[in-house]
Design a protein around this ligand. Structure first.
Ligand SMILES: [Zn+2]
Length: 415
């Protein structure tokens, strides 16, 4: 972590603006130009500018400086890159009976999509300007409507329908990867193990995973693999898959193997379990949401904290921030930041970096989102206070901008 005073902040401006230091400061009166000042700007890559100002033009960040005048005065707040969740089931919602929506529950497609739009709005209001959804077929229209600016919500990347059927042979799996790409998937989601609610044992063979992950790589698509048992994690790493989700039973030796292979690991800290248990009446009796499943998730709370602690201590292992937010958790995707800093004792700057620039890099989007630097999309979030001193500041989101459009501003400009 680097805390920057005036001198080092000026050096950053000179470095990142790509212009000589004698160039005039960008005009903030040009049409399409707005600026935001805050008590500190955290750039998503470990740097802090005290009393920083970010200038935005046509939806892109132009510069970071310390000029005092600004369109939005967020004094007392910390400005950060818009948060990113690499594992967020944004489509999942409770139906009008308050139950987890599923096929045949009486909710029609229009009602379900409207509900999902509400989940997307809650997620954006919570400071998350990009989410990766692994995955639902219904994500496609939600993604496309949001990205076209027709409804508000976070930028969405989706796998569409995941792969889970252990009876499909490798050649057919390869063909299905190509089909999924043609359907518009941004990446591929694979279930290589059972749910934690049914024990988490391996379900796909090495040959099947090699077919899926190998073909996806050949098609330019990343692969996210749901894997709980140590064997299922290890097999997915051996198959060359991009990223492992959950890994609740992963051994230390497998964590090291992942680091050696450059496989990304995306464990969860606690929100997903607490959300299921706190909202149990909305899930109880549906599918594997039974007494056995509930007991597994209660045990999962301690296992997740232990697993994340071991993962953070594994040298060279890339860890992303993915909450696995489902119905009931949208708008609270920040909670795993609090969990990581306060329960796993991760450095708050590392946590904030995971949820911004590391996540962007994991999605090959580092040149567009995940940091505050000239040329990046103006995806910005402000929280009251200083999350480096007290991570719970992330619960108090006051300002959200995505692509230069303000979606939340709890303090009027100039006030
Ligand atoms: Zn999930």
């Amino acid at each position: 972590m680097k805390r920057m005073g005036r001198v080092s902040a000026a050096a950053i401006i000179g470095l990142t603006a790509g212009a000589c230091m004698s160039a005039p400061a960008p005009s903030t009166t040009e049409p399409g130009t707005v600026s935001i000042k805050a008590s500190r700007v955290i750039d998503g890559k470990g740097n802090v500018t005290e009393n920083g100002r970010v200038v935005i033009r046509d939806g892109k960040i132009v510069s970071i400086d310390q000029e005092p005048n600004a369109t939005y005065d967020l004094t007392g707040m910390t400005l950060l890159p818009g948060f990113i969740d690499v594992h967020d089931h944004v489509y999942w919602h409770f139906n009008q009976q308050g139950r987890l929506h599923g096929r045949g529950d009486g909710e029609d497609e229009v009602q379900a999509e409207l509900s999902a739009a509400g989940e997307a709005w809650k997620t954006l209001q919570g400071g998350f300007t990009t989410v990766q959804s692994p995955g639902s077929t219904e994500d496609k229209d939600l993604r496309d409507w949001i990205n076209a600016g027709r409804i508000p919500g976070p930028r969405i990347l989706t796998s569409l329908q995941p792969f889970s059927n252990p009876r499909i042979q490798p050649d057919s799996l390869r063909a299905l990867i190509r089909l999924r790409k043609s359907q518009g998937a941004d990446f591929i989601k694979i279930f290589a193990s059972e749910s934690i609610r049914t024990g988490g044992a391996q379900t796909l063979s090495l040959a099947q995973l090699q077919a899926l992950c190998g073909e996806a790589t050949a098609q330019g698509l990343r692969t996210l693999v749901h894997a709980h048992s140590d064997a299922s994690v290890r097999t997915a790493v051996m198959a060359g898959c991009t990223q492992i989700e959950h890994g609740i039973f992963v051994a230390d030796s497998t964590l090291t193997f992942m680091a050696d292979q450059g496989t990304i690991f995306d464990p969860q800290c606690g929100l997903v379990f607490h959300n299921y248990l706190d909202n149990w009446s909305h899930y109880d009796g549906i599918g594997n949401y039974n007494d056995e499943g509930k007991a597994s998730m209660e045990k999962g709370i301690g296992l997740a904290l232990d697993g994340f602690t071991r993962a953070l201590a594994t040298p060279g292992l890339t860890l992303t921030y993915g909450t696995d937010a489902v119905a009931g958790a949208h708008g609270r995707e920040r909670e795993d930041m609090v969990c990581l800093a306060n329960e796993v004792h991760a450095d708050p700057m590392r946590v904030l970096t995971m949820a911004t620039s590391v996540n962007a890099a994991s999605m090959n989007m580092s040149d567009q989102i995940g940091s505050i630097a000239p040329g990046m999309d103006a995806d910005l979030v402000a929280v009251a206070g200083n999350p480096l001193d007290d991570i719970t500041a992330v619960r108090d989101v006051r300002f959200v901008m995505k692509g230069g459009t303000v979606y939340r501003n709890d303090r009027a400009p100039g006030s």
